[in-house]
Design a protein around this ligand. Structure first.
Ligand SMILES: *Cc1c(COP(=O)(O)O)cnc(C)c1O
Length: 344
């Protein structure tokens, strides 16, 4: 088999959820948007529901439908994009709870689905989603008369604990929600780690469940082993790959492995990235191609069957660093050609 082998540890995801729930000490949901950060919304959702998750968060109604099919009735599924035009049937059918962002969305919701649960999203400074303070002031009484089930906002800088934006947004959230008797939620993974002031009634971590930063104590979740297709000896002075960007300084042994940028291993990852063969570390040389990557395995006594890019020794954030991006992007870009296995 020539495709990379991607293993997703569902037990580790559940352990990470329990660890975050322990830190939070309040109801802890799970954010499973973008196919559970590339890990499969159906399998992850079902496993987390079994572990005790009662509040799930997705970005879009269609994701909520897929999740509902996997977990059945019971747990709440909230939708960050709120109630978009054309969503009413899916929201009703899959029993989704839209987190409405604006007056328009709220009117659309109460007109199409009177009495159907919804939540409110407030903008406390990120300027991405939710009602701004002035809009909220004008709308507050009408909105509350419709019995929203949750009021939430989102932090822009929670992965930087010392950033003054965190406290600024928390104070804004306090101001905007003062006196409400509705459950409140402000924290994703980063906010959960900022401490009790940020927890309110419900936290909704995503990336930490999947082993990514800023949850430094997370258990690793994803392992990616990429088979070697071919090896060759190159002489000093020979070049490897597109654009001749790497030249052998000494005779070297080059392995070509079966994954490339079409599998989410973006070209920016090239220079400086390494893979693992057992306990040995071997460097990527030359440019990442669409379906293959070249690796200098001169340090290995024998060519192994595969090399490991993501695993316990090197997590998604280390791989993200090679490409100048974040673990979130590496996870959600993992391609569909890999042979996937889910372990429990
Ligand atoms: C993505 C997202 C989350 C989860 O964020 P993580 O940083 O992955 O924990 C929570 N809330 C909202 C509104 C989001 O968009």
């Amino acid at each position: 088999m020539s495709t990379g082998k991607l293993t997703i540890d569902l037990a580790a995801i559940a352990d990470n959820w329990r660890a975050l729930a322990k830190i939070a000490g309040v109801e802890t949901g799970a954010t499973v948007k973008a196919d559970a950060y590339g890990c499969d919304i159906g399998r992850v959702g079902a496993h987390l529901a079994e572990a005790g998750v009662r509040q799930f968060f997705v970005a879009m109604a269609e994701e909520g439908l897929a999740l509902r099919k996997a977990i059945g009735t019971g747990p709440v599924i909230s939708v960050f994009s709120g109630h978009m035009a054309g969503d009413a049937e899916v929201i009703a059918g899959a029993e989704l709870t839209p987190m409405v962002n604006s007056l328009d969305q709220m009117l659309r919701h109460v007109e199409a689905l009177p009495g159907h649960p919804f939540g409110l999203q407030l903008d406390t400074g990120m300027n991405r989603l939710g009602m701004e303070p002035s809009e909220w002031t004008a709308l507050r009484e009408i909105a509350l008369s419709q019995n929203p089930v949750l009021v939430m906002s989102h932090l822009a800088c929670a992965d930087e604990p010392a950033h003054q934006m965190n406290e600024q947004q928390r104070k804004q959230f306090d101001d905007m929600t003062q006196g409400l008797s509705i459950p409140r939620s402000l924290a994703a993974t980063g906010g959960t780690l900022l401490g009790p002031d940020y927890h309110y009634d419900l936290v909704r971590p995503g990336i930490g469940l999947y082993g990514g930063m800023p949850f430094a104590d997370a258990k690793p979740v994803v392992t990616l082993d990429i088979p070697i297709i071919q090896t060759r000896e190159v002489a000093a002075g020979e070049t490897v790959g597109y654009g001749n960007t790497w030249t052998a300084q000494t005779p070297a042994r080059i392995a070509t492995i079966a994954a490339g940028y079409a599998d989410g291993l973006i070209r920016a990852m090239g220079a400086g990235a390494t893979l693992q063969a057992g306990s040995a570390t071997v460097p990527v040389v030359g440019r990442v191609s669409m379906d293959s990557i070249t690796v200098d395995i001169s340090a290995l006594p024998n060519a192994p069957e595969s090399l490991q890019l993501i695993g316990p020794h090197q997590g998604v954030d280390a791989v993200a660093d090679y490409a100048g991006t974040i673990g979130y992007e590496i996870l959600t870009s993992l391609g569909h050609r890999y042979a996937r296995t889910w372990t429990t």
